[in-house]
Design a protein around this ligand. Structure first.
Ligand code: DGL
Length: 273
């Protein structure tokens, strides 16, 4: 197929997640590319993705990507680890040549792989842990690396409800992170895009003694590389961002305003009906 020939520089960057987690990635992209227009889709009707089957996550991801392509997106960033692990290959195959796709797993894996660590922890949703994608990709690059994965399924709904820095979030963080398997890790990967919102508390839990990685700036770097390689970086301002949710929630609107730092329009778009 004549790859990407129909895409234009003034098209948008589509970003999706189950909820507000992908805004951590969107924020890194807003900062790096002031000219790009972002179209964000938060599938709040189906949150949390981490508890769903890989088939369901693939189904949601296909439908959301189709919607984003109808809004003229030149690139789709799968700003969700659960969807990146379950649906990236399917989306590449299904929308072959119709848009550039970026997942959040590969940039994170590359950012930690060459740093000489001997034991790294991966915290993520149940879906991401079940996929085993981090362990497999990290060990392919460095077979001697010890990788421990821990599902932390309460984090995403807790963050989505706005519990970031209070007694409840502190108790949940302590409970999960004191798990025996995370003893003696040199680094921790926040393998869910919601988790950068509690990064500070996680760092405090470890007394700043280990390195903590997330998929924000590293994903924005890959976005830049792929757009530049395909001559698709915006040359002039492509217009205001748009935020869609499949079900309206107050906390989504509040968090979006904090990240976006400007007036924004939140549109409820129940694409499932
Ligand atoms: N932010 C998502 C991830 O990176 C999904 C959280 C969820 O919906 O379970 O996996």
């Amino acid at each position: 197929m004549d790859t990407f020939k129909d895409l234009k520089r003034n098209y948008s960057i589509g970003i999706f997640d189950s909820g507000i987690g992908g805004l951590t990635v969107a924020n890194a992209i807003f900062k790096r590319f002031p000219n790009e227009k972002i179209i964000y889709f938060g599938d709040t009707a189906h949150l949390p993705y981490g508890d769903k089957s890989a088939d369901s996550i693939r189904f949601y991801s296909l439908k959301i990507s189709k919607f984003l392509l109808e809004q003229n997106c030149k690139m789709i960033v799968i700003a969700c680890n659960s969807a990146s692990s379950a649906a990236y290959d399917t989306l590449l195959e299904f929308f072959d040549g119709k848009a550039l796709f970026v997942n959040v797993v590969d940039p994170l894996v590359h950012s930690v792989s060459y740093q000489g660590f001997s034991k790294v922890g991966v915290i993520a949703t149940k879906a991401t842990v079940r996929s085993g994608i981090y362990k497999q990709k990290l060990r392919t690059i460095n077979p001697d690396l010890e990788v421990v994965q821990l599902a932390t399924p309460l984090f995403a709904p807790m963050i989505e409800e706005g519990f970031h820095k209070n007694n409840l979030s502190k108790a949940v963080i302590e409970n999960y992170l004191s798990h025996e398997s995370l003893k003696d890790i040199d680094a921790l990967l926040l393998a869910c895009t919601h988790y950068p919102l509690i990064k500070e508390s996680i760092d405090q839990f470890f007394d700043g003694k280990i390195k903590i990685f997330d998929s924000t700036d590293v994903v924005a770097e890959v976005v830049e590389k792929k757009l530049a390689e395909n001559n698709l970086l915006a040359e002039t301002n492509n217009g205001s961002h748009a935020f869609y949710v499949s079900e309206y929630t107050d906390s989504f609107e509040a968090t979006t305003k904090v990240f976006c730092n400007r007036e924004l329009e939140l549109i409820e778009k129940p694409i499932w009906q």
